[in-house]
Design a protein around this ligand. Sequence first.
Ligand SMILES: NC(=O)c1ccc[n+]([C@@H]2O[C@H](COP(=O)([O-])OP(=O)(O)OC[C@H]3O[C@@H](n4cnc5c(N)ncnc54)[C@H](O)[C@@H]3O)[C@@H](O)[C@H]2O)c1
Length: 411
Amino acid sequence: MSENNSLDRRKFMISSAAGVAAYALPGVAEPRPQEGKKVVYGIVGAGNRGRNTHLRIATKYLPEVQVAAICDITKANLDQALAMAPGAKGYDDYHKMIESEKGIDAIVVAVPNFLHAEVTVAALNAGKHVLVEKPMATHLADADRMMEAATRNHRVLQVGLQSRYGTVYEKMIQLIKEGVIGDLEYIVGNLYRGDWNPHSWKYKDPKTGAETNWRFLTYCAGSALLEDGIHELDVIHWVAGVEPSKIQATGGNNVLKDRQTIDNAGLLIDFSNGVRCIFSYTVYSPGVPDNRALRLLGTKGEMTWGIGTAEELRGTGNSEIVVIPYRGKEQKVVVPRLTPEEQASWHEVAGGVSTDVESFREHKAFLASVVKGAPVFADGQVGKDAAHISLAAERSLRTGHVFPWSEESTI
Ligand SMILES: NC(=O)c1ccc[n+]([C@@H]2O[C@H](COP(=O)([O-])OP(=O)(O)OC[C@H]3O[C@@H](n4cnc5c(N)ncnc54)[C@H](O)[C@@H]3O)[C@@H](O)[C@H]2O)c1
């Protein structure tokens, strides 16, 4: 490792969801909803994520929230959502909803990716706080516009990168800080998943008139890596602790050839502290056991965590990190998925493992920022950087070009 890299290493800074915010809060949220009063939510986009995660969590698990309005242009989705939120008003135009519902404090944006920026900026300009789904935007210039609107209006902008609110990555970072694997040198990550939800909203292409799953279209999704893989790439960035210096990728459509968005990719990421990463990704791998894993190799040992392996098979609901020192005995670090309070109240379980608790925590963190002005962890800059990595990789695999991080303006 070069001297510069060691210098960077000394500057290595890792923050956590529970601790210090990684990036500054863009302005203080004033006026805030009064403490003790319900925070009034509006939800834009009542598809799978808006309805089955955000609305379900808000109505079942957040007594401090009142859902006053829901907007969706698909009547069946809107009707299903309204049935889950007694008293909420339905809209098919988010402008009308934002204009009419003066009492709304915060808007959750869960529409397809290409609409995130326009809905978010409109909501922020109307004085609402915003929790916008990942990816923050399909263009980096839009991410800048969103952050500027949050700062100018002194409103909270949080991005739906809920992995930041999980316990296992935080533990891995803590173990690195404690030096259990020495200096982090190499990150190996993967996401092998099945095909996109066939029930996704269909975009009617104005040019062709064809109704197409929005996740198949580059214009709507931005890129396949932006749509998923972005959680893992964000975590890798968080773990590395510094900006990437360059990104290159290969990939394309080997199996699912009926679409514009790719079905596989392999990324090489160099970070500015000398840490290197290899990340592999497929969208045609339903039901494989090792669907999401992270292996961190350092100067004194390595540690691994993978979902779909030990924790799911044993059905304990806990995560397990395996630490293997290069000299010494293997150690298994059990990380509870839930706090004792969450164990009493959280009932979303699949295959013996609690699901979606990270999304619940992202709402709790968002509410703490809205009501108490707590720093935002998954803030605009975190969201933009995650989009930057994903988009640079997508451009690289399409052009063969290696993207230096500084080439942001070309993405
Ligand atoms: N954080 C996560 O783990 C996670 C998981 C799944 C999806 N997401 C994100 O959530 C967002 C939505 O995904 P989804 O799975 O719910 O998609 P979906 O296709 O199931 O739902 C999208 C909804 O948006 C509605 N919509 C489209 N245009 C609209 C408009 N102009 N105004 C109002 N509503 C409109 C559609 O009618 C549809 O009901 C995407 O950005 C996706 O990336 C995040």
